[in-house]
Design a protein around this ligand. Structure first.
Ligand code: PLP
Length: 467
């Protein structure tokens, strides 16, 4: 009879080696797995016992279930044939960083609950300010701004709306009157963030032929709301919308926001990663006029979910809004004012050591390595766009933007849907169709860690054969 149910360090080492082998093999064979599981709802649950085990199970059985229960029900986001949505990349240094984060099990709500968690995060996020060409004042080491890792772009955008609403209320606005703006192409997280922040009025501003927000329409909407006695509080511009990776005119939006005293938030969740290549920074001209900015290393920077970086140009309103200090969290370091307590920078109190995997990705690839892969994805997208342009049955529906190509069948929605179905029926590639103004189109998003030129050629051969 054992006196401990804990796994021994020796067994942990043995199973850990086996699992890292399993993960390495998974990376090698993911190209051969169907990208989308063919599975009926409830089929995975039906494979699980109805009750949790009373007695300990052999760990080998748990690992075996990865192949028999998990993989058959998994969408293979890491497949080289992943062209759907946007990428949700992982990479070996990120996986190993995540393993260490779990091993350390540190909770970094306060500087004092693990100084290394806070200081490495603050430092790595400051590195990213330089890597992405963002304003120096956004560094915590410089100020008055600063950056923090959040779970998702949705959380970051929600927080931006909470702060903007609070600033409006501080100026005597009633919460009921506060208004938020973004383009009609903005990600749904903006409307959701506004709603969760208690903002009842959300205006979706119309876009031009490139799907970018029209600043004149924004101005007109703000003026209409002002004359109705409402309180315009925040506008979000997108650098890389979800449907077409369109880029809003950041500088012009800042001009309008400044004129009317709005908070200007930038959602660069997808395309922010590309800013590590100076040639793409033309898309964020005027970024120094923004009040906050979010980008997701967990999309296109080889850092597995979750890792979303949120910067504010001035951290004072964020901390004023989010900070709350019960007696059990008080400590000398916080009272000194010399440390960052990241609990004040978002909704959750507890927080994981997410910076470790990002730190390891940046060091393991080097900025040069990340630039190399992003440029290669963009090159493949441009090449794919040319193939689309040269095909008489296809027409692009948006400019090729970053790693995203959008196109449709010349004969309209029915054939476009049929083409998307034929592509996905092949099994080893996956795309997502979308709709703008009742027009269906297919999005091909090139950016998975494992995607190669061969994978893009394979996608093109499936499309050609289906036409
Ligand atoms: N913003 C844009 C432009 C997106 O494309 C997405 C997701 O694809 C999001 C925000 C939401 O990201 P998250 O899942 O990190 O909340």
């Amino acid at each position: 009879m054992t006196d401990s149910f804990h796994m021994s360090p020796d067994d942990f080492r043995r199973h850990g080696h086996a699992l890292v082998d399993w993960a390495a093999q998974y990376m090698e064979r993911v190209a051969d797995l169907p990208v989308q599981p063919k599975i009926e709802p409830g089929a995975i649950r039906a494979m699980l016992p109805s009750a949790a085990p009373e007695d300990p199970e052999q760990f080998e059985l748990l690992v075996r279930d990865l192949d028999t229960v998990v993989l058959p029900g998994l969408t293979q986001w890491q497949s080289p044939g992943w062209f759907a949505y946007f990428p949700a990349n992982t990479s070996p240094p990120s996986i190993l960083g995540e393993l260490v984060t779990a091993a350390l099990g540190a909770q970094g709500m306060l500087w004092s609950t693990s100084p290394a968690v806070t200081e490495i995060e603050a430092h790595v996020v400051d590195w990213l300010v330089d890597l992405l060409g963002l304003p120096q004042e956004w560094k915590t080491a410089v100020g008055p701004g600063g950056g923090v890792i959040q779970m998702s772009a949705s959380d970051s955008t929600h927080v931006a709306h909470v702060v903007a609403r609070q600033l409006a209320v501080d100026r005597d606005a009633s919460t009921d009157d506060v208004v938020a703006y973004s383009s009609s192409q903005a990600h749904s997280s903006i409307e959701k963030g506004a709603r969760v922040a208690g903002i009842r009025h959300v205006r979706l501003i119309d876009v031009d032929e490139r799907f970018a927000l029209r600043p004149q329409s924004l101005e007109a909407a703000i003026e209409r709301d002002l004359s109705d006695g409402l309180v315009p509080a925040i506008v979000t511009s997108a650098i890389g919308t979800t449907a077409t990776a369109a880029v809003d005119p950041v500088r012009d939006v800042t001009t309008v926001a400044r004129r009317h005293g709005l908070w200007h938030h930038i959602d660069a969740a997808y395309a922010g990663s590309a800013m590590i290549c100076p040639e793409f920074r033309v898309h964020q001209q005027g970024v120094d006029g923004a009040d906050s900015y979010v980008f997701n290393p967990h999309k296109w920077m080889f850092t597995n979910f979750d890792c979303s970086v949120f910067w504010v140009a001035d951290r004072a309103p964020l901390l004023r809004t989010m900070s709350i200090l019960p007696p059990y969290l008080q400590n000398a370091a916080s009272a000194s004012g010399d440390v960052i307590d990241y609990r004040d920078w978002h909704v959750p109190l507890g927080r994981r050591f997410r910076a470790l995997k990002l730190w390891w990705v940046l060091r393991s690839y080097g900025a040069r390595g990340i630039r190399h892969h992003i440029r290669e994805h963009v090159r493949l997208a441009q090449r794919f766009g040319e193939l689309v342009d040269d095909h008489p049955s296809l027409v692009r529906t948006a400019p090729v933007s970053f790693g995203l190509v959008c196109f449709r069948h010349v004969d309209g929605n029915g054939p476009t849907n049929a083409l998307a179905e034929a592509i996905n029926a092949a099994g080893d590639v996956y795309v997502t169709p979308s709709t703008i103004d009742d027009q269906r189109f297919i999005r091909v998003s090139i950016g998975a860690t494992a995607t190669t030129e061969q994978a893009v050629e394979r996608l093109w051969s499936i499309i050609r054969d289906a036409l």
